[in-house]
Write a protein that binds this ligand. Structure first.
Ligand code: C2E
Ligand code: MG
Ligand code: MG
Ligand code: MG
Length: 289
């Protein structure tokens, strides 16, 4: 009977998987078109705050896609599609250029932080692309920060580190994102002199109620102090969380408590218009927060 059920399940799964593959191929084609036509793709920015002074030290560039049928799709869904289809290189270039261009207009001198995927690393192409974006925008190298996750470093580790070294030699800062969620976090700190460690939001969220998570935050903050590396608490949503990560010794914080990711000044009107047109669909974050 179990065998029969197994067979039945198998038959049910097949069309389902086929539909999923088709959905994915459509999404990939639509993303390619969006990128080619420069329609529906936006770079939003979220502030990163120095806890001591309350000043904005940097803004993280976060990709947003307004799909013509589905409305705003999360990068958690479409970035993996880009990574698996070779679109991540042109998409990454789009974000990099836009972010450098926008940051060059900011009058508070804050840095801009740009996320980079595994697929953009280890090929020797990142540093030339970054240099080009800096030259075109006129943004000084020390106002650009590149964020890489631990998992992005797992593939072609030696070549990836080589690419990061080239960036750092140019004066660009390099941050280790989502710290504590990957494998051998500490080994990565030994392999490369990161300028910044971003403590994953899951630790920050639980640090208020769970002493073990608070201890992890403290350990990372202490490590940062020893290594002279800035530590950022990600995903700070409440005052209680801010108080906790401050107490544990983090130097900077980022999260909804301070600001949601918002469109650039230039995109604000268009994004508002899209949100009105979408109506019932999940709106992207607007400038009102
Ligand atoms: P990430 O780099 O770790 O970015 C932080 C994520 O946390 C963002 O999600 C941000 O909107 C969200 N966040 C910020 N503050 C809070 C908070 O207080 N509470 C909660 N619950 N979340 C908060 P987002 O924008 O959906 O991006 C998700 C991930 O997608 C990013 O994680 C990053 O890995 C990737 N991503 C986004 N833009 C790009 C890009 O241009 N290139 C690449 N390669 N990846 C990107
Ligand atoms: Mg990031
Ligand atoms: Mg992160
Ligand atoms: Mg993340």
């Amino acid at each position: 009977a179990a065998k029969e059920a197994g067979k039945g399940t198998f038959r049910l799964f097949l069309p389902d998987m086929e539909a999923k593959i088709q959905d994915r191929m459509r999404l990939e084609a639509q993303l390619r078109t969006a990128l080619q036509d420069r329609v529906g793709l936006f770079v939003f920015y979220q502030s990163i705050i120095d806890i001591g002074t309350g000043r904005v030290t940097a803004r993280e560039a976060l990709l947003r896609w307004c799909h013509e049928e589905r409305g705003w799709i999360s990068p958690g869904e479409f970035v993996p599609v880009a990574e698996q289809s070779g679109l991540i290189d042109p998409l990454g270039l789009f974000v990099l250029r836009r972010a450098c261009h926008d940051a060059a207009q900011w009058d508070d001198g804050a840095r801009v932080a740009v996320n980079v995927s595994a697929g953009q690393l280890g090929k020797g192409t990142l540093a030339p692309a970054v240099l080009e974006a800096l030259v075109r925008s006129g943004l000084p190298p020390d106002r650009l920060e590149i964020e890489v996750t631990e998992t992005a470093l797992l593939h072609d580790e030696k070549d990836s580190i080589g690419d990061l070294r080239r960036l750092r030699d140019m004066g660009v800062r390099v941050a280790l994102d989502d710290f504590g969620t990957g494998y051998s976090s500490l080994a990565h700190l030994r392999a490369f002199p990161f300028d910044k460690i971003k403590i994953d939001g899951t630790f920050v969220r639980d640090a208020v109620d769970r002493p073990d998570c608070a201890a992890v935050v403290r350990a990372i903050a202490d490590l940062g102090k020893c290594l002279h590396v800035t530590t950022v608490a990600e995903g700070v949503e409440t005052q209680a969380q801010l108080d906790r990560v401050t107490e544990e010794g983090c130097s900077e914080a980022q999260g909804y408590l301070f600001s949601r990711p918002v469109p650039s000044e230039a995109d604000m009107a268009l994004v508002d218009e899209l949100n009105r047109a979408l109506g019932f669909l999940k709106p992207a974050e607007t400038a009102s927060r």
